[in-house]
Design a protein around this ligand. Structure first.
Ligand SMILES: O=C1O[C@H](COP(=O)(O)O)[C@@H](O)[C@H](O)[C@H]1O
Length: 255
């Protein structure tokens, strides 16, 4: 299987609506392959605009065609807030997708929002992943020994951040933890937990879903020639498996 940014596929669509259609087809195909092949499909969600771009999955034909019972859903990053808080990535995904599809509630791995300290929430989430490895829901990458998720769905901020991994932050260099925490996120809210790059880059498939003109500069830096001083966290996304960028024309306008 191909790997790294050098082998990334870059798909550009006329409009956000076309990205939503293509993304649903892509996710449904990977769901079919994994649920029929190994009986489990492990999916990582981001927050932000991604959830809205996944909206077609909650409509025919995907609503009935996808075997939702085999999905296991996790968060790439989460804000350390209550699950009912409007800033919660869980709430965003629940309202926009999870409440509309038949994923067993026990297969939805939200942050433990009874733990107010980000370090405890990160430890708890990492322990949850480790127990799922023991139960053989999750596998480890043979190459990295970090968990290998079937599909990670990533958004990107205008500053080139992915997950809660922000430009020039020391967390970009984390090499050991699966899940870590941040207390000084430059984007609100400041306290979050996040997967680390070793986990992100152990994935079988990553979709980077980026729409809107406000992201064009970061896309240009990530996919074009750039000065080392411009380096963005998104450029560290370099999976063992396959990376596909899903862009609309406004996001791709500076490539
Ligand atoms: O804070 C976050 O931002 C990124 C990007 O969000 P977007 O609204 O610009 O699409 C998101 O991927 C991440 O999960 C979230 O916590």
């Amino acid at each position: 299987m191909a790997g790294g940014q050098g082998d990334a596929k870059v798909e550009v669509f006329d409009a956000e609506e076309d990205v939503a259609v293509a993304l649903a087809k892509y996710i449904a195909r990977l769901s079919d392959v994994h649920t029929k092949g190994k009986g489990v499909f492990t999916v990582i969600l981001s927050g932000g605009t991604l959830i809205d771009t996944m909206r077609k999955l909650a409509e025919p034909p995907y609503l009935d065609a996808i075997d939702w019972s085999k999905w296991h859903v996790f968060w790439l990053d989460e804000r350390v807030v209550h699950k009912t808080d409007p800033l919660s990535n869980y709430k965003l995904a629940y309202d926009g997708l999870l409440s509309k599809v038949a994923i067993p509630p026990n297969n939805v791995y939200a942050i433990n929002d009874a733990l107010p300290a980000p370090e405890d929430a990160a430890d708890d989430y990492e322990a949850c992943l480790k127990s799922l490895v023991e139960k053989k829901v999750l596998e480890l990458s043979q190459a990295s020994s970090f968990p290998k998720f079937d599909l990670m769905l990533l958004g990107m901020g205008p500053d080139g951040h992915v997950a809660s991994l922000f430009p020039k932050h020391p967390l970009l260099q984390e090499k050991n933890r699966w899940v870590t925490y941040i207390k000084d996120s430059p984007k609100m809210p400041p306290e979050r937990i996040t997967f680390t790059f070793p986990v992100i880059n152990s994935s079988a498939y990553i979709a980077l879903v980026v729409t809107g003109a406000d992201l064009a500069k970061a896309v240009h830096i990530a996919l074009g020639n750039h000065e080392p001083s411009d380096f963005l966290p998104v450029q560290m996304v370099s999976p063992e498996g396959e990376l596909t960028w899903f862009l609309d024309k406004p996001a791709a306008s500076k490539i």
